[in-house]
Design a protein around this ligand. Structure first.
Ligand SMILES: *[C@@H]1O[C@H](CO)[C@@H](O)[C@H](O)[C@H]1NC(C)=O
Ligand SMILES: *[C@@H]1O[C@H](CO)[C@@H](O)[C@H](O)[C@H]1NC(C)=O
Ligand SMILES: *[C@@H]1O[C@H](CO)[C@@H](O)[C@H](O)[C@H]1NC(C)=O
Ligand SMILES: *[C@@H]1O[C@H](CO)[C@@H](O)[C@H](O)[C@H]1NC(C)=O
Ligand SMILES: *[C@@H]1O[C@H](CO)[C@@H](O)[C@H](O)[C@H]1NC(C)=O
Length: 404
Protein backbone atom coordinates (compact mmCIF):
# COMPACT_ATOMS: atom_id res chain seq x y z
CA UNK A 1 0.00 0.00 0.00
CA UNK A 2 1.26 3.44 -0.90
CA UNK A 3 0.34 6.45 1.11
CA UNK A 4 -0.24 9.47 -1.07
CA UNK A 5 1.77 12.32 0.28
CA UNK A 6 0.60 15.86 0.01
CA UNK A 7 3.58 17.87 -0.98
CA UNK A 8 3.82 21.59 -1.12
CA UNK A 9 3.56 21.19 -4.87
CA UNK A 10 0.18 19.56 -4.53
CA UNK A 11 -0.94 22.45 -2.45
CA UNK A 12 0.14 24.88 -5.13
CA UNK A 13 -1.70 22.80 -7.69
CA UNK A 14 -4.92 22.78 -5.66
CA UNK A 15 -4.58 26.52 -5.25
CA UNK A 16 -4.20 26.84 -9.02
CA UNK A 17 -7.37 24.85 -9.63
CA UNK A 18 -9.19 27.28 -7.42
CA UNK A 19 -7.70 30.16 -9.39
CA UNK A 20 -8.72 28.65 -12.70
CA UNK A 21 -12.21 27.78 -11.50
CA UNK A 22 -12.90 31.19 -10.08
CA UNK A 23 -10.83 33.16 -12.50
CA UNK A 24 -11.60 34.87 -15.73
CA UNK A 25 -14.86 34.21 -17.47
CA UNK A 26 -13.48 35.13 -20.88
CA UNK A 27 -14.29 32.57 -23.52
CA UNK A 28 -10.74 32.16 -24.72
CA UNK A 29 -8.06 30.97 -22.38
CA UNK A 30 -5.00 33.17 -22.09
CA UNK A 31 -1.77 31.36 -22.79
CA UNK A 32 -0.52 31.69 -19.23
CA UNK A 33 -3.62 29.93 -18.01
CA UNK A 34 -3.33 27.24 -20.65
CA UNK A 35 0.19 26.65 -19.47
CA UNK A 36 -0.87 26.45 -15.83
CA UNK A 37 -3.75 24.16 -16.60
CA UNK A 38 -1.49 21.90 -18.65
CA UNK A 39 0.91 21.66 -15.75
CA UNK A 40 -2.02 20.71 -13.64
CA UNK A 41 -3.25 18.02 -15.99
CA UNK A 42 0.16 16.70 -16.95
CA UNK A 43 2.13 15.29 -14.05
CA UNK A 44 5.88 14.85 -14.25
CA UNK A 45 6.34 11.45 -15.89
CA UNK A 46 8.81 8.71 -14.97
CA UNK A 47 8.80 7.73 -18.64
CA UNK A 48 6.91 8.77 -21.79
CA UNK A 49 5.78 6.62 -24.68
CA UNK A 50 4.78 7.83 -28.14
CA UNK A 51 1.70 6.06 -29.45
CA UNK A 52 1.23 5.42 -33.21
CA UNK A 53 -2.05 7.42 -33.07
CA UNK A 54 -0.14 10.58 -32.09
CA UNK A 55 -0.85 10.41 -28.37
CA UNK A 56 1.92 10.72 -25.83
CA UNK A 57 1.48 8.44 -22.86
CA UNK A 58 3.11 9.60 -19.64
CA UNK A 59 3.93 6.98 -17.01
CA UNK A 60 3.28 8.86 -13.77
CA UNK A 61 4.09 7.59 -10.31
CA UNK A 62 0.91 6.09 -8.89
CA UNK A 63 0.97 8.39 -5.84
CA UNK A 64 1.33 11.50 -8.04
CA UNK A 65 -1.79 10.88 -10.11
CA UNK A 66 -4.39 13.67 -10.50
CA UNK A 67 -6.82 12.11 -7.99
CA UNK A 68 -4.63 13.22 -5.10
CA UNK A 69 -5.13 16.86 -6.00
CA UNK A 70 -8.65 16.47 -4.65
CA UNK A 71 -8.95 17.97 -1.17
CA UNK A 72 -10.97 15.03 0.11
CA UNK A 73 -8.42 12.54 -1.18
CA UNK A 74 -5.35 14.21 0.33
CA UNK A 75 -4.83 11.50 2.91
CA UNK A 76 -6.30 8.68 0.88
CA UNK A 77 -4.51 5.35 1.08
CA UNK A 78 -4.38 3.76 -2.37
CA UNK A 79 -5.98 0.37 -2.54
CA UNK A 80 -4.41 -2.12 -4.86
CA UNK A 81 -7.35 -4.47 -5.17
CA UNK A 82 -10.98 -4.68 -4.07
CA UNK A 83 -12.02 -6.76 -1.06
CA UNK A 84 -14.53 -8.65 -3.17
CA UNK A 85 -15.32 -9.48 -6.74
CA UNK A 86 -18.96 -9.99 -7.69
CA UNK A 87 -20.12 -13.58 -7.73
CA UNK A 88 -20.85 -14.90 -11.17
CA UNK A 89 -23.46 -17.61 -11.34
CA UNK A 90 -23.45 -19.67 -14.47
CA UNK A 91 -26.25 -18.43 -16.65
CA UNK A 92 -27.30 -20.56 -19.60
CA UNK A 93 -28.06 -17.39 -21.51
CA UNK A 94 -24.59 -16.03 -21.28
CA UNK A 95 -21.77 -17.43 -23.30
CA UNK A 96 -18.47 -16.16 -22.09
CA UNK A 97 -16.36 -16.52 -25.19
CA UNK A 98 -12.67 -16.21 -24.50
CA UNK A 99 -11.94 -12.54 -25.06
CA UNK A 100 -9.61 -11.64 -27.85
CA UNK A 101 -6.36 -10.33 -26.52
CA UNK A 102 -7.09 -6.67 -26.61
CA UNK A 103 -4.30 -4.15 -26.54
CA UNK A 104 -4.25 -0.44 -26.80
CA UNK A 105 -2.25 1.04 -29.67
CA UNK A 106 0.51 2.57 -27.53
CA UNK A 107 1.56 -0.87 -26.24
CA UNK A 108 3.40 -1.44 -29.51
CA UNK A 109 5.92 1.20 -28.42
CA UNK A 110 6.49 0.29 -24.77
CA UNK A 111 4.93 -0.21 -21.38
CA UNK A 112 4.68 1.73 -18.18
CA UNK A 113 6.79 0.38 -15.32
CA UNK A 114 5.17 -1.09 -12.21
CA UNK A 115 4.31 1.57 -9.64
CA UNK A 116 3.27 4.04 -12.37
CA UNK A 117 0.03 4.61 -14.26
CA UNK A 118 -0.29 5.60 -17.92
CA UNK A 119 -1.90 8.98 -18.55
CA UNK A 120 -2.72 10.40 -21.97
CA UNK A 121 -0.87 13.71 -22.18
CA UNK A 122 -3.04 16.76 -22.76
CA UNK A 123 -1.55 18.82 -25.56
CA UNK A 124 -1.68 22.57 -25.94
CA UNK A 125 -3.88 22.12 -29.05
CA UNK A 126 -6.31 20.10 -26.92
CA UNK A 127 -6.65 22.99 -24.51
CA UNK A 128 -6.94 25.61 -27.22
CA UNK A 129 -9.85 23.74 -28.78
CA UNK A 130 -11.78 24.21 -25.56
CA UNK A 131 -13.97 27.27 -25.37
CA UNK A 132 -13.04 27.64 -21.73
CA UNK A 133 -10.55 25.94 -19.45
CA UNK A 134 -13.28 25.12 -17.01
CA UNK A 135 -15.23 23.15 -19.53
CA UNK A 136 -12.36 21.17 -21.02
CA UNK A 137 -12.85 17.48 -20.15
CA UNK A 138 -16.38 18.21 -18.94
CA UNK A 139 -19.41 16.54 -20.43
CA UNK A 140 -21.17 19.80 -21.13
CA UNK A 141 -19.38 22.11 -23.49
CA UNK A 142 -20.59 25.28 -21.82
CA UNK A 143 -19.16 26.41 -18.50
CA UNK A 144 -21.69 26.36 -15.72
CA UNK A 145 -21.54 26.93 -12.02
CA UNK A 146 -24.97 26.32 -10.61
CA UNK A 147 -28.57 26.12 -11.68
CA UNK A 148 -28.89 29.78 -10.69
CA UNK A 149 -26.10 30.70 -13.05
CA UNK A 150 -27.28 32.50 -16.19
CA UNK A 151 -24.73 30.38 -18.08
CA UNK A 152 -26.48 27.23 -16.93
CA UNK A 153 -27.38 24.98 -19.80
CA UNK A 154 -29.14 21.69 -19.37
CA UNK A 155 -26.54 18.99 -19.95
CA UNK A 156 -29.04 17.05 -22.03
CA UNK A 157 -29.75 19.98 -24.35
CA UNK A 158 -29.01 18.90 -27.94
CA UNK A 159 -28.21 15.40 -26.69
CA UNK A 160 -30.08 12.46 -28.18
CA UNK A 161 -30.29 8.99 -26.73
CA UNK A 162 -31.26 5.41 -27.44
CA UNK A 163 -30.96 3.54 -24.16
CA UNK A 164 -32.29 0.71 -22.01
CA UNK A 165 -32.59 1.09 -18.23
CA UNK A 166 -33.34 -1.02 -15.21
CA UNK A 167 -34.44 0.34 -11.83
CA UNK A 168 -33.92 -1.04 -8.31
CA UNK A 169 -31.06 -1.21 -5.82
CA UNK A 170 -27.77 -2.03 -7.54
CA UNK A 171 -24.13 -2.46 -6.64
CA UNK A 172 -22.65 -2.68 -10.11
CA UNK A 173 -23.11 -3.52 -13.77
CA UNK A 174 -21.46 -5.53 -16.51
CA UNK A 175 -21.79 -5.56 -20.28
CA UNK A 176 -20.07 -6.42 -23.53
CA UNK A 177 -19.89 -3.47 -25.93
CA UNK A 178 -19.66 -3.92 -29.68
CA UNK A 179 -17.05 -1.41 -30.90
CA UNK A 180 -17.57 0.81 -33.94
CA UNK A 181 -16.18 4.01 -35.37
CA UNK A 182 -19.24 6.15 -36.15
CA UNK A 183 -18.89 9.28 -38.24
CA UNK A 184 -19.14 12.52 -36.27
CA UNK A 185 -20.20 15.51 -38.36
CA UNK A 186 -18.43 18.30 -36.49
CA UNK A 187 -15.72 18.30 -33.80
CA UNK A 188 -18.05 19.64 -31.07
CA UNK A 189 -20.40 16.69 -31.45
CA UNK A 190 -19.74 13.21 -30.10
CA UNK A 191 -21.05 9.71 -30.52
CA UNK A 192 -20.76 7.20 -27.71
CA UNK A 193 -21.88 3.84 -26.36
CA UNK A 194 -21.74 3.44 -22.60
CA UNK A 195 -23.19 2.30 -19.30
CA UNK A 196 -24.49 4.68 -16.63
CA UNK A 197 -24.72 3.71 -12.96
CA UNK A 198 -26.64 6.46 -11.21
CA UNK A 199 -28.51 7.57 -8.13
CA UNK A 200 -30.42 10.75 -7.41
CA UNK A 201 -32.69 13.19 -9.22
CA UNK A 202 -31.67 15.17 -12.28
CA UNK A 203 -30.02 18.17 -10.60
CA UNK A 204 -28.12 16.11 -8.02
CA UNK A 205 -27.53 12.98 -10.00
CA UNK A 206 -24.41 10.99 -9.08
CA UNK A 207 -23.00 8.95 -11.96
CA UNK A 208 -20.39 6.40 -12.88
CA UNK A 209 -20.01 6.13 -16.65
CA UNK A 210 -17.86 3.89 -18.83
CA UNK A 211 -17.85 3.26 -22.55
CA UNK A 212 -16.37 4.14 -25.90
CA UNK A 213 -16.66 7.42 -27.76
CA UNK A 214 -15.66 9.41 -30.81
CA UNK A 215 -15.19 13.02 -29.73
CA UNK A 216 -12.83 15.18 -31.83
CA UNK A 217 -13.18 18.18 -29.51
CA UNK A 218 -11.70 16.18 -26.65
CA UNK A 219 -9.09 14.05 -28.44
CA UNK A 220 -8.27 15.88 -31.66
CA UNK A 221 -9.15 12.94 -33.90
CA UNK A 222 -12.00 10.64 -34.91
CA UNK A 223 -10.68 7.52 -33.18
CA UNK A 224 -12.88 5.29 -31.03
CA UNK A 225 -11.62 5.72 -27.49
CA UNK A 226 -12.19 4.14 -24.09
CA UNK A 227 -13.60 6.66 -21.62
CA UNK A 228 -14.88 7.02 -18.09
CA UNK A 229 -16.88 9.89 -16.60
CA UNK A 230 -18.30 10.79 -13.21
CA UNK A 231 -20.27 13.55 -11.53
CA UNK A 232 -21.67 13.90 -8.03
CA UNK A 233 -23.86 16.97 -8.59
CA UNK A 234 -25.79 16.57 -11.81
CA UNK A 235 -22.85 17.69 -14.04
CA UNK A 236 -22.75 21.12 -12.39
CA UNK A 237 -19.39 21.60 -10.70
CA UNK A 238 -17.97 18.10 -10.31
CA UNK A 239 -16.77 15.46 -12.67
CA UNK A 240 -14.91 15.03 -15.94
CA UNK A 241 -13.73 12.56 -18.51
CA UNK A 242 -10.96 10.10 -17.74
CA UNK A 243 -8.29 11.53 -15.40
CA UNK A 244 -9.09 15.11 -16.47
CA UNK A 245 -9.89 16.14 -12.92
CA UNK A 246 -9.13 14.65 -9.52
CA UNK A 247 -11.51 11.78 -8.79
CA UNK A 248 -10.93 8.34 -10.26
CA UNK A 249 -7.94 6.54 -8.77
CA UNK A 250 -6.10 4.38 -11.27
CA UNK A 251 -4.20 1.34 -10.02
CA UNK A 252 -3.22 -0.29 -13.30
CA UNK A 253 -0.13 0.36 -15.46
CA UNK A 254 -1.47 -1.00 -18.78
CA UNK A 255 -4.75 0.70 -19.65
CA UNK A 256 -4.89 4.33 -20.74
CA UNK A 257 -8.21 6.04 -20.07
CA UNK A 258 -8.97 8.01 -23.22
CA UNK A 259 -6.78 5.62 -25.23
CA UNK A 260 -7.66 4.49 -28.75
CA UNK A 261 -9.46 1.16 -29.07
CA UNK A 262 -8.44 -0.58 -32.24
CA UNK A 263 -9.57 -2.26 -34.40
CA UNK A 264 -13.30 -1.54 -34.59
CA UNK A 265 -16.05 -3.58 -36.25
CA UNK A 266 -16.77 -3.71 -39.98
CA UNK A 267 -20.19 -4.03 -41.61
CA UNK A 268 -20.74 -7.75 -42.30
CA UNK A 269 -17.13 -8.29 -41.23
CA UNK A 270 -15.16 -8.85 -38.03
CA UNK A 271 -16.89 -7.72 -34.87
CA UNK A 272 -14.86 -6.32 -31.97
CA UNK A 273 -16.05 -6.01 -28.40
CA UNK A 274 -14.95 -4.87 -24.99
CA UNK A 275 -16.12 -6.17 -21.60
CA UNK A 276 -16.70 -3.67 -18.81
CA UNK A 277 -17.50 -4.49 -15.20
CA UNK A 278 -18.11 -1.94 -12.45
CA UNK A 279 -18.96 -2.99 -8.91
CA UNK A 280 -19.04 -1.66 -5.41
CA UNK A 281 -16.63 -3.08 -2.89
CA UNK A 282 -19.00 -4.01 -0.07
CA UNK A 283 -16.34 -3.53 2.56
CA UNK A 284 -14.58 -0.30 1.54
CA UNK A 285 -17.45 1.16 -0.46
CA UNK A 286 -15.36 2.08 -3.51
CA UNK A 287 -16.64 1.48 -7.04
CA UNK A 288 -14.09 -0.58 -8.99
CA UNK A 289 -13.77 -0.78 -12.76
CA UNK A 290 -12.51 -3.68 -14.83
CA UNK A 291 -11.76 -3.47 -18.56
CA UNK A 292 -11.60 -6.93 -20.17
CA UNK A 293 -9.75 -8.94 -17.49
CA UNK A 294 -7.82 -5.96 -16.15
CA UNK A 295 -8.62 -4.12 -12.96
CA UNK A 296 -8.18 -0.43 -13.86
CA UNK A 297 -8.95 1.45 -10.63
CA UNK A 298 -11.80 2.87 -8.62
CA UNK A 299 -14.02 5.83 -7.81
CA UNK A 300 -13.62 6.33 -4.04
CA UNK A 301 -16.91 6.23 -2.13
CA UNK A 302 -16.05 9.64 -0.66
CA UNK A 303 -16.44 11.33 -4.08
CA UNK A 304 -20.14 10.72 -3.91
CA UNK A 305 -23.21 11.69 -1.93
CA UNK A 306 -26.04 9.59 -3.35
CA UNK A 307 -23.87 6.82 -4.82
CA UNK A 308 -22.19 6.18 -1.50
CA UNK A 309 -24.64 3.39 -0.68
CA UNK A 310 -26.04 2.03 -3.91
CA UNK A 311 -27.28 2.86 -7.39
CA UNK A 312 -30.97 3.16 -8.23
CA UNK A 313 -30.67 3.14 -12.00
CA UNK A 314 -28.45 1.28 -14.43
CA UNK A 315 -28.62 2.28 -18.06
CA UNK A 316 -26.93 1.16 -21.28
CA UNK A 317 -26.95 2.59 -24.79
CA UNK A 318 -25.91 5.38 -27.08
CA UNK A 319 -25.78 9.15 -26.94
CA UNK A 320 -24.91 11.79 -29.54
CA UNK A 321 -24.86 15.57 -29.64
CA UNK A 322 -26.99 17.13 -32.38
CA UNK A 323 -25.95 20.76 -32.92
CA UNK A 324 -28.08 21.12 -36.09
CA UNK A 325 -25.31 23.25 -37.56
CA UNK A 326 -26.94 23.83 -40.92
CA UNK A 327 -30.46 23.96 -39.49
CA UNK A 328 -30.85 20.26 -40.22
CA UNK A 329 -30.42 17.25 -37.97
CA UNK A 330 -26.80 16.21 -37.56
CA UNK A 331 -25.38 13.43 -39.72
CA UNK A 332 -23.45 12.17 -36.70
CA UNK A 333 -24.02 8.44 -36.47
CA UNK A 334 -24.82 6.43 -33.36
CA UNK A 335 -23.46 2.89 -32.96
CA UNK A 336 -22.53 1.65 -36.43
CA UNK A 337 -24.73 4.22 -38.18
CA UNK A 338 -27.24 1.47 -39.01
CA UNK A 339 -30.64 1.17 -37.36
CA UNK A 340 -31.04 -1.69 -34.84
CA UNK A 341 -33.58 -3.39 -37.10
CA UNK A 342 -30.68 -4.25 -39.44
CA UNK A 343 -29.50 -6.78 -36.83
CA UNK A 344 -26.25 -8.70 -36.46
CA UNK A 345 -23.32 -7.72 -38.64
CA UNK A 346 -24.68 -4.26 -39.36
CA UNK A 347 -26.19 -2.79 -36.20
CA UNK A 348 -24.22 -2.10 -33.04
CA UNK A 349 -25.09 -4.08 -29.92
CA UNK A 350 -24.56 -4.27 -26.19
CA UNK A 351 -24.89 -7.79 -24.77
CA UNK A 352 -24.31 -9.92 -21.67
CA UNK A 353 -26.01 -7.17 -19.68
CA UNK A 354 -26.01 -7.84 -15.94
CA UNK A 355 -26.32 -5.91 -12.71
CA UNK A 356 -24.85 -6.64 -9.28
CA UNK A 357 -27.43 -7.17 -6.51
CA UNK A 358 -27.23 -6.72 -2.71
CA UNK A 359 -25.72 -10.19 -2.30
CA UNK A 360 -22.85 -9.15 -4.62
CA UNK A 361 -24.15 -11.45 -7.35
CA UNK A 362 -24.31 -10.66 -11.06
CA UNK A 363 -27.80 -11.14 -12.48
CA UNK A 364 -29.44 -10.59 -15.84
CA UNK A 365 -32.03 -7.82 -15.43
CA UNK A 366 -35.65 -8.94 -15.60
CA UNK A 367 -37.01 -5.73 -17.06
CA UNK A 368 -35.36 -3.21 -19.31
CA UNK A 369 -37.15 0.01 -20.22
CA UNK A 370 -36.25 1.58 -23.50
CA UNK A 371 -35.86 5.29 -24.15
CA UNK A 372 -35.77 6.41 -27.78
CA UNK A 373 -37.35 9.85 -28.12
CA UNK A 374 -35.78 10.45 -31.54
CA UNK A 375 -36.38 6.99 -32.94
CA UNK A 376 -36.54 8.14 -36.54
CA UNK A 377 -32.93 9.32 -36.06
CA UNK A 378 -31.57 6.73 -33.57
CA UNK A 379 -33.38 3.68 -32.24
CA UNK A 380 -33.01 0.68 -29.94
CA UNK A 381 -34.49 -2.82 -30.13
CA UNK A 382 -34.34 -5.21 -27.20
CA UNK A 383 -33.84 -8.86 -27.92
CA UNK A 384 -32.93 -12.02 -26.14
CA UNK A 385 -30.58 -14.18 -28.10
CA UNK A 386 -30.06 -17.66 -26.67
CA UNK A 387 -26.33 -17.20 -26.55
CA UNK A 388 -26.03 -13.62 -25.53
CA UNK A 389 -28.16 -13.06 -22.44
CA UNK A 390 -29.87 -9.75 -22.19
CA UNK A 391 -28.87 -7.71 -25.20
CA UNK A 392 -30.03 -5.07 -27.62
CA UNK A 393 -29.13 -3.42 -30.87
CA UNK A 394 -29.03 0.37 -30.99
CA UNK A 395 -27.99 3.24 -33.22
CA UNK A 396 -28.85 5.00 -36.41
CA UNK A 397 -27.60 7.36 -39.11
CA UNK A 398 -28.92 10.62 -37.69
CA UNK A 399 -30.17 12.77 -40.57
CA UNK A 400 -32.28 10.81 -43.08
CA UNK A 401 -35.60 11.43 -44.90
CA UNK A 402 -37.54 10.64 -41.69
CA UNK A 403 -35.20 12.74 -39.57
CA UNK A 404 -34.65 15.94 -41.55
C1 LIG B 1 -5.02 14.77 6.46
O1 LIG B 1 -4.13 14.50 7.54
C2 LIG B 1 -3.70 15.68 8.21
C3 LIG B 1 -2.64 15.26 9.25
O2 LIG B 1 -3.05 14.10 9.93
C4 LIG B 1 -4.90 16.34 8.85
O3 LIG B 1 -4.51 17.53 9.52
C5 LIG B 1 -5.91 16.71 7.77
O4 LIG B 1 -7.08 17.25 8.34
C6 LIG B 1 -6.28 15.47 6.94
N1 LIG B 1 -7.07 15.91 5.82
C7 LIG B 1 -8.20 15.29 5.43
C8 LIG B 1 -8.90 15.88 4.25
O5 LIG B 1 -8.63 14.31 6.00
C1 LIG C 1 -13.24 13.52 -38.61
O1 LIG C 1 -14.35 13.15 -39.39
C2 LIG C 1 -14.97 14.28 -40.06
C3 LIG C 1 -16.29 13.81 -40.66
O2 LIG C 1 -16.12 12.61 -41.37
C4 LIG C 1 -13.99 14.85 -41.07
O3 LIG C 1 -14.57 15.95 -41.71
C5 LIG C 1 -12.74 15.28 -40.30
O4 LIG C 1 -11.77 15.73 -41.22
C6 LIG C 1 -12.16 14.15 -39.47
N1 LIG C 1 -11.14 14.71 -38.60
C7 LIG C 1 -9.95 14.14 -38.43
C8 LIG C 1 -9.04 14.83 -37.47
O5 LIG C 1 -9.63 13.12 -39.01
C1 LIG D 1 -29.65 3.33 -1.43
O1 LIG D 1 -29.13 4.66 -1.53
C2 LIG D 1 -30.06 5.66 -1.17
C3 LIG D 1 -29.45 7.00 -1.50
O2 LIG D 1 -28.20 7.16 -0.90
C4 LIG D 1 -30.44 5.51 0.29
O3 LIG D 1 -31.37 6.49 0.65
C5 LIG D 1 -31.04 4.11 0.52
O4 LIG D 1 -31.29 3.92 1.87
C6 LIG D 1 -30.10 3.04 0.01
N1 LIG D 1 -30.78 1.76 0.03
C7 LIG D 1 -30.22 0.68 0.52
C8 LIG D 1 -31.05 -0.56 0.47
O5 LIG D 1 -29.09 0.69 0.99
C1 LIG E 1 -35.44 14.49 -29.79
O1 LIG E 1 -36.23 14.16 -28.65
C2 LIG E 1 -36.30 15.20 -27.69
C3 LIG E 1 -37.07 14.66 -26.51
O2 LIG E 1 -38.34 14.21 -26.90
C4 LIG E 1 -36.94 16.44 -28.31
O3 LIG E 1 -36.95 17.49 -27.37
C5 LIG E 1 -36.13 16.85 -29.53
O4 LIG E 1 -36.75 17.92 -30.17
C6 LIG E 1 -35.98 15.68 -30.50
N1 LIG E 1 -35.11 16.08 -31.60
C7 LIG E 1 -35.38 15.81 -32.85
C8 LIG E 1 -34.38 16.28 -33.85
O5 LIG E 1 -36.37 15.17 -33.18
C1 LIG F 1 -19.02 -17.62 -29.15
O1 LIG F 1 -18.24 -18.41 -30.00
C2 LIG F 1 -19.00 -19.32 -30.75
C3 LIG F 1 -18.05 -20.25 -31.49
O2 LIG F 1 -16.92 -19.53 -31.95
C4 LIG F 1 -19.91 -18.55 -31.70
O3 LIG F 1 -20.68 -19.45 -32.48
C5 LIG F 1 -20.85 -17.71 -30.87
O4 LIG F 1 -21.63 -16.89 -31.72
C6 LIG F 1 -20.06 -16.81 -29.91
N1 LIG F 1 -20.99 -16.20 -28.99
C7 LIG F 1 -20.91 -14.95 -28.64
C8 LIG F 1 -21.90 -14.52 -27.63
O5 LIG F 1 -20.07 -14.18 -29.09
Amino acid sequence: MTKAKLSFLHFVVVFMVAQICHGSRSRFPSSIKVHKHLNLLNKAPVKSIKSPDGDTIDCVHIAHQPAFDHPILKNHTIKTRPSYYPVWIKDENIMMNASKSFTQLWHSNGKCPKGTIPIRRTKKEDMLRASSLKSYMRKNSVARQSSMDPEYVDVTKNHEYATASTYGVFYGAKATFNLWNPRVQTPDEFSLGQLWITNGPHMDVNTIEVGWQVYPYLYGDNNTRLFIYWTSDGYQTTGCYNLGCPGFIQTNNEIVLGGTLSPTSQVDGSQYEMNILVWKDGKEGDWWMQFEETLVGYWPASLYTLLRDNASDVEFGGEVINLKLDGLHTTTEMGSGYFPQEGAGKACYIKNIQTVDESNTLRTPEDMYIYHPNMSCYDIVLGVNDNSGSQFFYGGPGRNPNCP
